[in-house]
Design a binder for this molecule. Structure first.
Ligand code: KIV
Ligand code: ZN
Length: 508
């Protein structure tokens, strides 16, 4: 039978300790609702002795959670802290006090100014006091990662005897390599009397970017509780990320002989919520929940995932509540990706049309960082307009600025595929372009009624769509549109589109 790994979420306590991330009681309660949906086993709600606000918030969370999860309150190994934690948890149906102190030489000497024996006595005293409030007492040996192993074992043995039911072995500074942390857990399980009768918890910080790896190493070594935060928020470089731990246990649980309760489908939603409440933005490449975690951009990868997502995805995005595999169209995308994206938008092109659109796509994607659905729609509209056009734009070069007049050199493909070129001056590049078109097309006289430019997508490299309206001598109005990354080119296309309509009307 698989060993159950309890997930202890400390987003509201260790997570909230990250710089600039304090949360109101109402915000904490919103996160608690999400943690319950995720089915975490234990919620560390706060540190009641730290402020009246934290005390009240722990009280509120304890009452709200009822028996849906264990609610835990942090306390240093001093009587006032333990009492505050105990009182804040009065309404908890399953309350846990988490008390402890630093055990490494540096914490003992420089932070606590205590001898090893005094610290051990404080630890035992705090655990005994906590047991007056609840049977569920967790002890943390802060900075266990850098502690003297023999002393650490002595402290843990003493607190187990005093009534601790969970012993937490934090790598508070994230100093250890995963295999070293795993070895520490194995060693403690072998050398601390009573350790196998209580829960051993892992609590890893991410200073070397190894918090998740170390936590998993701890589980492999026999730990049965992982302490983590949503999005890995926490002091300095943060804590182990709950979503990474949960997915790793899901993917490798069978071979590790373990399982956990986390409802994976709620991970993305929980991540977004914590990001918006805490203000801690995620990097796009953050594992499991980053914006690009399931985005494929290079042509080779896109071709692979379109054939079978497993070629480049070990996690099914839908399983963790994310949008399905995203194909990000860029200049590096291949034909398969473009065909797939067009099909998703409902376009089914014959091979000849597809090749024309692809050629246009490549030249646009070369200039733009990313092609969005709106860009593809504009591309297809442009393709449709060019199909029956009498006059098409082949080349446009403009020179403008100050103090000289603007000039436009243009090449058009006219009826029968004939190419012709000219250049014209104007007050600006658009005026010069329109004059050059007029000179080549020689359309009947028409007035420009409207000229409007609009960005199709975000960013300064967005496609610009131009719409124009012309009116002929009979008062008939002809609209034209054009889209391109260069708004002078868009203008030329829009103007030609309106002229082509005017010429078609004349012919009819
Ligand atoms: O990192 C740490 O040691 C802690 C303890 C308070 C558990 O957060
Ligand atoms: Zn911590």
């Amino acid at each position: 039978m698989a060993r159950h790994i309890k997930i202890f979420d400390t987003t509201l306590r260790d997570g909230e300790q990250s710089a600039g991330c304090s949360m109101s009681s109402a915000e904490k309660l919103t996160i608690v609702r999400e943690l319950l949906r995720l089915k975490v086993d234990i919620i560390e709600a706060g540190f009641p002795a730290s402020s009246p606000g934290d005390f009240a918030s722990v009280q509120e969370i304890a009452a709200f959670v009822a028996n849906q999860a264990v609610v835990c309150a942090l306390a240093r190994a001093v009587a006032a802290d333990v009492e505050a934690a105990g009182e804040a948890l009065t309404k908890a149906q399953r309350g846990r006090i988490h008390t402890g102190l630093g055990v490494s030489p540096c914490h003992l000497k420089d932070k606590l100014n205590m001898s090893e024996d005094d610290a051990l006595n404080s630890a035992v005293g705090a655990v005994k006091l906590a047991r007056n409030y609840t049977d569920d007492v967790q002890f943390f040996a802060e900075d266990a990662g850098r502690a003297n192993k023999t002393y650490l074992a002595r402290v843990l043995e003493a607190v187990i005897q005093a009534g601790a039911t969970t012993i937490n072995v934090p790598d508070t500074t994230g100093a250890l390599l995963p295999h070293q942390y795993g070895e520490l857990i194995s060693w403690l399980l072998a050398h601390v009397k009573g350790a196998s009768e209580v829960t051993v918890a892992v609590h890893c910080h991410n200073d070397l970017g190894m918090a998740t790896a170390s936590s998993i190493a701890g589980v492999l070594a026999g730990a049965s509780q992982v302490e983590c935060t949503i999005n890995g928020i926490g002091e300095r470089a943060g804590n182990a990320a709950l979503e990474e731990v949960a997915v790793a246990l899901d993917l490798h649980g069978e071979e590790m002989g373990v399982e956990c309760n986390i409802s994976l489908g709620k991970l993305t939603r929980a991540s977004r919520l914590v990001m918006s409440i805490s203000g801690m933005k995620l990097s796009p490449h953050k594992a499991v929940v980053g914006a690009n975690a399931f985005a494929h951009s290079s042509g080779i990868h896109q071709d692979g995932v379109l054939k079978n997502p497993r070629t480049y995805e070990i996690i099914d995005p839908v399983r963790v509540g994310a949008r399905p595999t995203q194909i990000v169209l860029t200049g590096r995308s291949g034909r398969a990706a473009l065909k797939h994206s067009l099909a998703e938008l409902g376009y089914d092109l014959d091979e000849a049309s597809f090749l024309q659109v692809h050629e246009r796509f490549v030249s646009l994607a070369d200039k733009k960082a990313q092609m969005y659905d709106e860009d593809l729609e504009a591309l297809m509209a442009e393709h449709g307009r060019s199909q029956d056009a009498l006059w098409k734009l082949s080349v446009l070069q403009v020179s403008c600025g100050t103090p000289k007049k603007a000039t436009a050199t243009i090449e058009l493909e006219g009826p029968g595929g004939k190419k012709c070129t000219t250049h014209a001056f104007g007050t600006g590049p658009i005026d010069a372009t329109f004059k050059a078109i007029d000179e080549l097309v020689k359309a009947p006289q028409a007035d420009l009624l409207r000229f409007a430019v609009q960005a199709i997508t975000r960013g300064s490299d967005a496609l610009g769509e131009v719409s124009v309206q012309l009116s002929n001598e009979q008062g008939q109005v002809f609209s034209g549109r054009g889209a391109d990354g260069d708004i002078i080119v868009s203008s030329a296309k829009a103007y030609l589109n309106a002229i082509n309509r005017l010429l078609a009307w004349n012919k009819a």
